[in-house]
Design a protein around this ligand. Structure first.
Ligand SMILES: [Fe+2]
Length: 221
């Protein structure tokens, strides 16, 4: 091979390596190896249909005021067990409002409901497997005698060809996390996957929590 060709091939290899490193770094950002753990669906999955179920839970269609509470962005990537982004995944979230009350007829909590909060939202992942919600940090609520559930958001992740995932996401730094029977039922490794840190991000008006989700792609038998 001529020197010129060697240089050319070396250059191409370097560029290839750079592209690979960039892709690997991006992949690392969106994927922590290991499936996201399943957790109970709980009793408050929405049963009353809503006109507005978009990815902005802070503003409810037809209302002039926004929801009460601390507004946050919850976003992340959905990948499969090989860390490949999954496009077209339906990501549903449902949660309590800032008082800890669900918009559900079976919720016995006497806390007041927030008429401006959209308790249930949906998003579909893009070509990078990314989803994004604007919501508020939910309130804690009593689940049983001596048991207060920490702020958490319920997630349902579904797409044809993948095992459906139902789980819950928690906020780092909440004292109630350490006593929650559902969160503490998970191993330390699993807990790390579902407890999310809120960060201040340049150009983002609200704290951002990155919740990456890994689901299992089903193989044809
Ligand atoms: Fe809940």
């Amino acid at each position: 091979m001529k020197r010129r060709d060697l240089i050319k091939s070396g250059l191409i290899s370097s560029l290839g390596l750079m592209a690979f490193s960039k892709a690997a770094a991006a992949n690392e950002l969106m994927c922590t190896p290991g499936l996201t753990p399943q957790q109970t669906k709980g009793p408050f999955y929405p049963v009353v249909d809503q006109i507005d179920t978009d990815a902005d839970l802070v503003r409810l269609e037809g209302r002039s005021q926004i929801a009460l509470g601390e507004v946050v962005i919850i976003q992340g990537h959905v990948t499969d067990q090989n860390c490949q982004p999954v496009q077209g995944v339906l990501v549903e979230i449902w949660q309590a409002c800032t008082t800890g009350k669900y918009n559900h007829p079976s919720d016995p909590n006497t806390a007041s409901i927030d008429p401006n909060f959209q308790y249930w939202g949906k998003a579909v992942t893009d070509s990078q497997g990314k989803y994004r919600f604007r919501t508020i940090i939910p309130g804690a609520y009593p689940a049983d005698v001596g048991w207060i559930r920490p702020p958490h958001i319920h997630f349902k992740i579904s797409r044809l060809g993948y095992k459906e995932l139902i789980t819950q996401m928690y906020f780092a730094g909440q004292d109630l996390n350490g006593q929650d029977l559902i969160l503490q039922d998970l191993s330390d490794e699993e807990q790390k996957k579902v407890v999310v840190q809120l960060n201040t991000v340049t150009d983002q008006p609200h704290p951002v929590g990155d919740f990456n989700i890994q689901i299992r792609k089903l193989t044809k038998s």
